[in-house]
Design a protein around this ligand. Sequence first.
Ligand code: SF4
Ligand code: SF4
Length: 81
Amino acid sequence: MTEKKEKKIRGTVVVTVERCKGCGFCVEFCPTDALKLSEQYNAKGYHPPVLTAQELCSGCDMCGLLCPDFAIYGTRLKARA
Ligand code: SF4
Ligand code: SF4
């Protein structure tokens, strides 16, 4: 198996943890299964989302479009050479 030097990061998410109510919409509808609900709780007692694997996120912002509480958004990053 050949190994690449570094996987290119294409996107990431920004989560405002305290706004999240743990509904899971972002996790359910992420097209690349890049999200899961964290084991951690926020102050309201909900599990906010975290990336399962950075390289899976395309930065498409589907999560941001679907979140009812504006608690997450996706953004594209410049590819690293
Ligand atoms: S859609 Fe929004 S409120 Fe629901 S789990 Fe995701 S970040 Fe939290
Ligand atoms: S930005 Fe797109 S790929 Fe990244 S976590 Fe959100 S829905 Fe998934």
